[in-house]
Design a protein around this ligand. Structure first.
Ligand SMILES: [Mg+2]
Length: 111
């Protein structure tokens, strides 16, 4: 069973700072995925990159993007504290309607 915790950072950023960070981290994640894709597909052993290191880099960037999204959620909850639960229900219904099958659930619990 996977049990991970993600922190909510102490910050009071304006929306433009959230957007700037999201842009930066999204770009880094895209770059890391492209590098992993390259290292998986590259058959030339002389130029083959370390695939494990590339995968670790992708995970690091995914967590960076998640951290930015957690900050955005936290900022919204300060003003709209009950909005998240309904938004999640609408999101899940949207996924069902689009035909997505769920492999498993990951639970996020506020301490
Ligand atoms: Mg990053």
């Amino acid at each position: 069973m996977i049990n991970i915790k993600m922190p909510v950072l102490k910050k009071d950023h304006e929306w433009n700072e959230h957007l700037k960070k999201l842009r930066e981290e999204s770009y880094e994640l895209r770059t890391a995925v492209q590098m992993l894709d390259y290292s998986e597909k590259c058959k030339d052993k002389n130029t083959l990159k370390d695939e494990g290191a590339a995968a670790a880099c992708v995970l690091s960037e995914v967590l960076d993007v998640m951290q930015v999204c957690i900050g955005i959620i936290e900022k919204l909850l300060e003003k709209y504290p009950t909005m998240l639960k309904n938004a999640v229900m609408i999101h899940i219904e949207k996924l069902y309607q689009r035909g997505w099958k769920f492999r498993k659930w990951i639970q996020i619990e506020e301490e």
